[in-house]
Design a protein around this ligand. Structure first.
Ligand code: UT7
Length: 349
């Protein structure tokens, strides 16, 4: 019994925060941001009361509008997020209710930028156990809710968005292969939101000290990201008895284009095989990988091998391989972006 992706959806808010706009907010330039990160713009959820659950629901709606599947058949939802709607009550509960998953369990999983990969692995093993057949896996984050737009070290990096996949059981050769997930708590202080949790609950002082925003030692995290993603990718290829030449596409976490390029060069993978959309969305944390799968779904052909790798706060990191399988029938052909539309998007951005 294997698990395979049979449907994909995605959502990014319509409001764009361009480099030019950021350069009017903090001391930076569009040129610096593009050169050091590859980011040209990011999307922000600006609608009043729009939380992570709304982004997740919009991505799920896009999936169900695009592919032919009955919501009542969904067994479970694993929602990867580092920015839940509330500290108490899982965001997944609201998402299950609003998405019409009436016969399903739902829970949140926080592994920061590795959340989607961890969630994919949890859902895969649930399906491989034979106890569940259809699990929706979502990566969704409203990073703008924890970013200080007066801090040039971080505000240039992050954006809001969500991506969703349907994972189903299959007896075919397609689907998820072996994964490797890793955690190292010694990296905790290098990338975190210091206050608002049980360790340092909110007070007037924590607010005054701006401790509810993302704090990052960028250069240190950068080095660990390149090293960890490269090593874990090599290890996961070996454990699946694959070589770099067997890989058709790489879908990496989108934190910094220089990290993506350094990992690709270390692994000796041609740049044409590496999917990149950080220029348009920035780092959407749990959402980068499913948004990338969604953006480039039209390129993936049955039987092709895809390598996914990620690194994030914690530290948490990992990699997996999958053989792209047969997707569910489309409800609406227009909903899947064609290569031409993507080219058009890039020219416009
Ligand atoms: O997704 C979770 C994992 N996160 C990551 O993987 C992010 C990893 N880190 C990074 O992407 C990069 O470290 C950053 C993009 C955050 C920073 O780039 P960097 O090349 O590592 O810059 P740096 O932090 O080493 O800073 C170099 C210089 C500093 O000035 P001095 O000390 O050399 O005078 C910074 O103050 O660049 C300065 N700087 C900026 N200058 C213009 C930092 N941010 C900016 C800015 N605009 N926005």
């Amino acid at each position: 019994m294997k698990a395979t992706i049979t449907a994909i959806g995605g959502f990014v808010p319509s409001s764009i925060l361009s480099n030019e706009m950021i350069s009017r907010m903090v001391e930076t330039t569009g040129e610096w941001i593009v050169k050091r990160t590859g980011i040209k713009e990011r999307r922000l959820a600006k609608d009043e009361n729009q939380g992570t659950s709304d982004l997740a629901c919009a991505a799920i709606e896009n999936l169900f509008e695009t592919y032919d599947i009955d919501r009542s058949e969904i067994d479970g939802l694993v929602l990867a997020t580092a920015t839940p709607d509330h500290l108490l009550t899982p965001t997944a509960s609201k998402v299950c209710e609003k998405s019409g998953f009436t016969n399903a369990f739902g829970f949140d999983l926080n592994a920061a930028c590795s959340g989607f990969l961890y969630a994919l692995e949890m859902a895969t093993t649930m399906i491989e156990s034979g106890r569940y057949e259809k699990v929706v896996v979502v990566g969704a984050d409203k990073m703008s809710s924890i970013v200080d737009y007066e801090d040039r070290n971080t505000c240039i990096l992050f954006g809001d968005g969500a991506g969703a996949v349907l994972l189903e059981k299959t007896e075919s050769e397609y689907g998820m292969m072996k994964s490797i997930l890793r955690t190292d708590g010694s990296g905790t202080s290098a990338l975190l939101v210091p206050a608002g949790g049980s360790k340092l609950p909110a007070t007037a002082q924590t607010i005054a000290d701006k401790k509810h925003f993302v704090n990052q030692e960028g250069a240190f995290v950068f080095k660990r990201a390149v090293e960890s993603m490269s090593n874990v990718s090599r290890d996961v290829l070996a454990s699946n008895e694959l070589t770099v030449d067997d890989i058709d596409w790489v879908v990496p976490h989108q934190a910094n284009l220089r990290i993506i390029n350094a990992v690709s060069e270390t692994l000796n993978i041609a740049a044409e095989k590496v999917k990149v959309n950080i220029d348009r969305y920035g780092n959407t944390t749990s959402a980068t990988i499913p948004l990338c799968l969604w953006d480039f779904a039209a390129d993936f052909k049955e039987g092709q091998n895809i390598l996914i790798t990620t690194f994030g706060a914690g530290f948490s990191w990992g990699a997996t391989c999958l053989k792209w399988g047969v997707m569910r029938n489309l409800r609406n052909l227009q909903a899947i972006k064609t290569e031409k539309e993507l080219e058009h998007d890039l020219v416009c951005s």
